[in-house]
Design a protein around this ligand. Structure first.
Ligand SMILES: [Zn+2]
Length: 475
């Protein structure tokens, strides 16, 4: 939607999608007692922003309307806020102004976005962690986004030409997603801080360029974190986290890289994606799914081989960095951020916030700098050392095993089908008469009821009608 009062066709579509979403909530979320707006928060990344309105009860929200001057608004029925009109002049690249007005027993929210910014509004129902929320989602104009991405890319290309290694540091979580919060550590803040510390080490080393996937408190979708790095052709990717476990005695550092199970899932997703491209894109893809999958698996196996080396280097440095912080070693898991086929990727868990001992170490500034330095040193060891080429054989073995299992199951299913077909061929046919029951028929022909049911694909509760044909198993 733009300010001139015209709709671009795809924005219009989006607009209708929002209306549909709101009417859904309208239909099923009737709260009798009045709700209250308990908080209004604003999150911003370089590419998008969100206004999050916390409400105390499931909100009934109207569709979005627009005033002549381009201001958009919607109503929350049966809702309370502060009396009168609250104006939040944001003067922000995504949002010029936000006004919240109490009108009798409803609240009206006005917002105005700069030209080109796309606005989407939706309701997030409450979950075990958060209450009901209304979200206004704002996205940077596509052209500006493209321009910025291109500028980033050409800057990175120049660096690559000078043989400078590109490292992407990915502080996990952010914005509405705080990650784990225990013993005075909020994961999203902690790992952002760690990311900045690690970056500071790289900034002092002219052989590297380190890039953070986020430099503020906002959320980035998991897949996008990886895409940012792949787009830039990064040489390595490290996602930064702290862990949590209900068992408070569990503690220590962990470094993860892609698991065979995670990789298979990703390979299958990619194969399905290429098949869909053929279906919807109109372009003919001549390669068969089998060969597409083979290509993907080969790339994955070769990248995983490098990811393992990276994980070992980083884990080795981390394990030696703080004496009192143990390492649980290198592990594998199918985390989404680790799915890259081209870029060695690892995920670091600096320790367990649920462990008081770990939390105290993680909060200590000296230890923090040592941990950050260890991540830098591990990456440096990997990128400047001899990276061994090879394939992850455990992955190929896993695929072989999975395929053998699938084949075995298929064969067993085929055998069952054949057996059933043969039995049906030999069976006698019986026409149901008035008063017949399946157990009565089974007894009459002296066959077990179970066999009778199985041959006919009947359930125990099957109802038969006069004139139905029932197969009687041959003795
Ligand atoms: Zn995390």
């Amino acid at each position: 939607m733009n300010r001139k009062g015209t709709f671009h066709s795809h924005s219009l579509l989006k607009f209708f999608a929002i209306v549909a979403l709101f009417s859904l909530v309208l239909a099923c979320g009737w709260a009798a007692e009045p709700g209250r707006i308990t908080d209004i928060r604003f999150w911003q990344s370089p590419e998008e922003a969100q206004v999050v309105v916390d409400v105390s009860a499931t909100p009934r929200v109207s569709s979005v309307s627009r005033l002549k001057d381009g201001t958009l608004y919607f109503d929350i029925a049966n809702c309370r806020f502060r009396p009168g009109r609250q104006r939040y002049p944001l003067k922000n690249p995504f949002l010029e102004v936000l006004t919240v007005q109490q009108k009798k027993d409803m609240v009206r929210i006005f917002f105005r976005v700069p030209t080109g910014v796309e606005a989407k509004t939706f309701v997030l129902p409450k979950n075990e962690r958060k209450g009901d929320r209304i979200v206004i989602f704002l996205k940077e104009p596509q052209a500006a986004l493209q321009q910025r991405r291109n500028a980033e890319l050409s800057a990175v290309k120049k660096l690559k030409a000078e043989n400078i290694k590109i490292v992407v540091l990915d502080p996990g979580h952010g914005g509405e997603d705080p990650g784990t919060q225990h013993n005075g550590i909020i994961e999203k803040n902690y790992v952002l801080n760690m990311g900045k510390l690690v970056k500071a080490y790289f900034d002092r080393d002219p052989r590297f360029k380190a890039i953070l996937t986020r430099s503020g408190d906002y959320i980035i979708p998991l897949q996008r974190r990886r895409e940012i790095s792949e787009h830039l052709g990064a040489d390595a990717f490290v996602s930064l986290h702290v862990n949590y476990n209900r068992k408070k005695s569990i503690r220590g550092i962990e470094v993860y890289y892609e698991s065979p199970k995670g990789a298979v899932g990703e390979a299958e997703r990619l194969v399905a994606e290429t098949e869909n491209m053929v279906d919807f894109g109109g372009a003919v893809n001549h390669s068969k799914p089998q060969s597409v999958k083979k290509d993907i698996v080969e790339k994955q196996a070769s990248t995983m081989f490098k990811s393992r080396q990276l994980a070992e280097k980083v884990e080795g440095r981390l394990a030696a960095s703080v004496n009192s912080l143990p390492s649980r070693g290198v592990k594998r898991a199918g985390f989404k951020v680790l799915h890259s086929m081209t870029m060695p990727s690892v995920l670091v868990e600096f320790g367990y916030t649920s462990s008081v001992a770990d939390a105290n170490i993680l909060k200590n500034y000296t230890y923090r700098t040592r941990l950050a330095q260890a991540v830098y040193l591990g990456l440096r060891d990997f990128l400047l050392g001899d990276i061994e080429e090879g394939i992850d054989t455990t992955y190929l073995a896993y695929i072989k095993q999975a395929e053998a299992r699938k084949a075995r199951l298929n064969r067993a299913a085929e055998a069952r089908r054949k057996k059933l077909a043969a039995a049906k061929k030999k069976a006698r046919r019986y026409k149901v008469k008035k008063g017949d029951t399946l157990s009565g028929i089974a007894a009459k022909y002296r066959v077990s009821l179970t066999r009778l049911l199985r041959l006919n694909n009947f359930r125990k509760t099957q109802i038969i009608k006069v004139g139905d044909l029932v197969l009687i198993p041959a003795k």
